[in-house]
Design a binder for this molecule. Sequence first.
Ligand code: GLU
Length: 537
Amino acid sequence: MALPMRRIVKTKGFLMIRRKQLSCCEFQTSCKYFCRDMVRVRFAPSPTGYLHLGSLRTALFNYCLAKSKGGVSILRIEDTDQSRKIEGATEEIIKVLDWAGLTPDEGPVIGGPYGPYIQSERKQIYQDAVETLLQKGAAYLCFCTEKRLSLLRKEAYRRKEIPKYDNKCRNLTPDEIEEKKAQGIPWVVRLKVDNWNQSWNDVVYGHIAINHEEGDPVLLKADGYPTYHFANVVDDHHMKISHVLRGEEWQSSTPKHLVLYQAFGWDPPLFAHLPLILNANGTKLSKRQGDITVEYFKKKGYLPEVLLNYLTLTGGGFGTSSTTLQCYSLDQLIQKFDMKNVTAHSGRLDPQNLDILSRKYLLEKFETKEGQAELVQYTIQLVRDHYKTRLSSEENQELIFNEDHIRTLLKWALPERITRPEELLNEDFIFLWEVPDKSDISAFLEKTGVDNCAFLKLALDVVNTVELFEVDIIHSAITKKAKTAKISLKMLMPILRYVLSSTLEGPKVSEVMFALGKRQTVYRLQQALEVADSSAL
Ligand code: GLU
């Protein structure tokens, strides 16, 4: 029986990737991981900047595969390209993984039996590995200068061919090598590759065959650092990696990795390339379309569970869907994860879904006692930190940071107004935290042309006597009282709105009052009354 898999023929310049239908038996072979003794996976980022969403997704898939199979997840920092290394990026990656709950079982901080887990600290291991290949005659020293290589490239372009190294140094005699070494000519080590025709059963993409012919690849650079591909393979072998789960963009490098495994005589791990993540409009997720770093979303207040669930909406594997949009805990995600359901087609990420997930998650959290207490404390801290220097009197702070009040406020805001507590810091909600300025109130009241004191007393009376401090009840009490006092609502409401929130726009007055809470509303009305009284004198 043939499994229903799409046939993909992808042409990327000179690169051909063919995907054929896998027979049931082939598919099972490609899914050997089900019967492997131990699942050992690694997330192997390069510390070249902030971690982005695509990398967090790779980390999540690796983590879930390990945890769902009782295996081990490893963090390995691939920093052999020293020129691209960014100071502090490794620490940042570690922090983000901890934040997301994806703390590895082995890695730079926790250590482990196959460390060190930072490649720049493993130079000796790569040098030994190179030595093994040199001894076997599978690799050789190359003394070609940058100038010669550049000439080769130019010549190839002139002939409209793909540039590749001509393997010239393969044929150096031992004497020639010694002589060049003695002359102090810098050298690199290259791998002899005679067969670039490689294929493998990708756990996600099925059978892939690539014939990507190139010159003998460099393993060790002149500065003694290994090349990315060499270090990657040596480490995956030494760290006993069973499955390599990484982004689809690494698929074209896999043949190079396979020839290395062959040269050493090692069994390769299973490869599972993860499909691309696209923007909502189908374009490639890139920084140009807005920030895609995890740090950005973290700062905006999206909680880790929310971001992880958002990422499960692309690539399959978890059975989550953008029609139901439910937020699962990391433990639940692990249970739901199944490699067999990872899809080979790219998936789109719609930011609207992130907000829906965030609101759902917070509302569910708010339903539980502990979750509610946590959110209240979180919000208090958030506002305190943000308004540090701008908050007015101690008395006002005591009113604002009252836990009951913040709880009521969240209950009001979460269902429709905000998708995360951070949004309470937005312009629209400044009125919640900043008491209107007395001189502004004075200037405003001077121009109303009505008996401000009477209006404000009426409102104070309602607020103090209303039996339940709820939006509709407040609204109808004000309406009723104004009617009895023959005060026009059209005149009254803007005055109340202004003295409560320093603006003439925003939610309806009874909502403003509700969001401020009874005590804060009374406080602000009284302040306005004092101002009105003193100008009436
Ligand atoms: N160091 C590579 C990266 O930063 C990872 C490649 C791999 O997982 O093999 O994406």
